[in-house]
Design a protein around this ligand. Structure first.
Ligand code: DOR
Ligand code: ZN
Length: 449
C-alpha cells in the first residue's frame, strides 16, 4: 500500500542537526524520514525544493475570541493567522465572552471551534467557582487552567492565597498545568488611582501603573504558592529582568515551574511606545532595553521554556482612544513571531535548536500534547516549510487575523514560512489558506494523558 504523501527534497530540522531527506506521511502521521530512495511509494508527492522544515509551532498563549467577541477574531480568522505564521497548534485563553470556566462553556467553545479551525486548538479554562468541577473540565478536554492575578477572571477570589492553593491542589490531581498572568492587582490599582488623581491619561501612565514592581510582586507570590502545592506552574509572558531572575531561581530550587516570553517583550521596549503609542499597549507592558536583553540572554541559554505570542486581537478603534485607560491591551502576534525569530537566526543571534525547542518541543511537553513538538517517526505530521532566504517587509494589512495592525509593521525580516501542514494536510501555501474550515483538530486532554 502506498503512503499518503511524500515531501521530498527537504532540509529537515532534527535534534541531531539538519538532514537532507524526504518525509513520508501516512494517516496524518510521520511515517518515515529518509532519503527518497528508501521511502515507500506514495499517492501524493510534493517537492519542497530545499526548503527548511521545522516542527509546526505550538503557540501556548493565544486569544482566539469568537463567540460574543467574534468581531475581534473568530476561530477561523485566528487559526488562519496561525497557519500563515507556521503555527500548527494554538492554546486558547479563557478570558472570553462567556468566560471559559465550566464544562458547559468549554464544550460550547469546542463545538464552534471544531467547525472552523484550520490548525489544532487546545483550550485553557479559568478556575470554576466550584472547585469540584475541575476534574470534569479536564475530562472534557481542557489542557490547562489560567489564573490572572491582575484581575478576577473565573470563580476564585484572587486575593485569597488559601483559596488559590485549594484550586492549585485540585488541578494538581489532574496533572494539567496552571498558567499564571503575574501582575499584582493591588499594586496596579493603587498606581492607577494616583495617576488618575494627577489627571494622567498618556501612554506612559500605563507603564507607571503596571510597574516592574507589579510583576515582581505577583511572581514572588506565585513562587510561594508553587512551594506549597504540587501543581505545575507555568508563568506566562515574563517581561522584567527581576521577575525572570526570581523564576529562574525557583527553577533551580527544584520547583515545578516553567515560563514563557513573547516576541513583543523580546523585540520591543518602552522606547517604541513613543512612535507606536497605544497600538503597542499591552499587559504586561513593554519594558526597558535592559529587560529585553535579560529575556534574550535567558532564551539563548535555554532557560526560557517557551516563546508564545499572547496573540490578543482587538478592533483598531479600541486601540486608539483618547485616554490610555480606555485602550484595549494586546498585540496580534501569530503572523510575525516566526519571521521575527528566523531573522534573528539568519543574523546569527539565535540557534535553530533553541527556536525549535521554545516554539514547539517544550510547549508540547509542558501542555502534554502527545506525539507533537518533534519531527520524528510516529508523531503527528505538523510541520512548517520555510524559505530562509526570503526577505520582505511585514505588512499587517495582509494579515489573516481580523486585527490588521502590528507594532512590527514595516520591519524588514528574513525567513518566511511558505507551507504549513497540520496532521499531514497542507493548510497554508505561499500565504494562502488552502484548507477547509474544520481541518484542524480539537486537542482534548484525555488524548494526551
Ligand atoms: O495585553 C493583554 N491582552 N494582556 C492580557 O492579559 C489580556 C489580553 C487580552 O485578552 O486582550
Ligand atoms: Zn494573554
Amino acid at each position: 500500500m502506498p503512503v499518503d504523501l511524500i515531501l521530498s527534497n527537504a532540509k529537515i530540522y532534527s535534534r541531531k542537526g539538519i538532514i537532507e531527506a524526504s518525509i513520508a506521511i501516512d494517516e496524518s502521521r510521520i511515517f518515515k524520514i529518509a532519503k527518497e530512495t528508501n521511502l515507500p511509494t506514495a499517492s501524493g508527492k510534493l517537492d519542497l525544493k530545499g526548503l527548511l522544515v521545522l516542527p509546526g509551532l505550538i503557540d501556548s498563549h493565544v486569544h482566539l475570541r469568537d463567540q460574543q467577541l467574534a468581531h475581534k477574531e473568530s476561530f477561523f480568522s485566528g487559526t488562519a493567522a496561525a497557519a500563515a505564521g507556521g503555527v500548527t497548534t494554538v492554546i486558547d485563553m479563557p478570558n472570553n465572552k462567556p468566560v471559559t470556566m465550566s464544562s458547559k462553556s468549554l464544550q460550547e467553545r469546542m463545538e464552534i471551534a471544531q467547525r472552523q479551525t484550520v490548525v489544532n486548538v487546545g483550550f485553557y479554562s479559568a478556575f470554576p467557582q466550584n472547585l469540584s468541577e475541575i476534574h470534569s473540565i479536564v475530562e472534557d478536554g481542557a489542557v490547562a487552567f489560567k489564573l490572572y492575578l491582575s484581575q478576577k477572571i473565573g470563580g476564585v477570589n484572587i486575593e485569597d492565597d488559601e483559596a488559590l492553593l485549594q484550586a492549585f491542589d485540585k488541578v494538581s490531581e489532574t496533572k494539567v498545568p496552571v498558567g499564571v498572568h503575574a501582575e499584582d492587582r493591588e499594586t496596579i490599582e493603587k498606581g492607577k488611582r494616583e495617576l488618575l488623581k494627577a489627571k494622567r491619561r498618556d501612554v506612559e501612565a500605563h507603564l507607571e501603573a503596571r510597574s516592574h514592581e507589579a510583576e515582581r510582586k505577583a511572581i514572588q507570590r506565585t513562587v510561594h504558592l508553587a512551594q506549597r502545592t504540587s501543581a505545575h506552574v507555568h508563568l506566562c509572558h515574563l517581561s522584567t529582568a527581576a521577575g525572570l531572575r526570581d523564576v529562574l531561581q525557583a527553577k533551580r530550587d527544584g520547583l515545578s515551574i516553567t515560563c514563557e516570553v513573547t516576541p513583543h517583550h523580546l523585540f520591543l521596549s518602552s522606547k517604541h511606545l513613543k512612535q507606536l503609542k497605544t497600538l503597542a499597549l499591552v499587559n504586561p507592558p513593554l519594558r526597558t532595553r535592559r529587560d529585553n536583553r535579560a529575556l534574550w540572554d535567558a532564551l539563548r541559554r535555554g532557560r526560557v521554556d517557551a516563546v508564545s505570542t499572547d496573540h490578543a486581537p482587538h478592533m483598531i478603534e479600541e486601540k486608539k482612544t483618547d485616554s490610555v485607560w480606555d485602550v484595549k491591551p494586546g498585540i496580534p502576534g501569530l503572523e510575525t513571531m516566526l519571521p521575527l525569530l528566523l531573522t534573528r537566526v539568519n543574523e546569527g543571534h539565535l540557534s535553530l535548536s533553541i527556536l525549535a525547542r521554545a516554539t514547539s518541543e517544550r510547549p508540547a511537553k509542558i501542555f502534554n500534547l502527545k506525539d507533537r513538538g518533534n519531527l520524528v517517526e510516529g508523531n503527528h505530521a505538523d510541520l512548517v516549510a520555510i524559505d530562509m532566504k526570503q526577505e520582505y517587509k511585514i505588512d499587517s494589512s495582509r494579515f489573516h487575523s481580523k486585527a490588521k495592525y502590528s507594532p512590527f509593521d514595516g520591519w524588514r525580516v528574513k525567513g518566511k514560512p511558505v507551507k504549513t501542514f497540520v496532521d499531514g494536510n497542507l493548510v497554508m501555501d505561499e500565504g494562502e489558506i488552502v484548507a477547509e474550515p474544520g481541518t484542524g483538530q480539537i486537542i482534548r486532554r484525555p488524548e494526551s494523558s
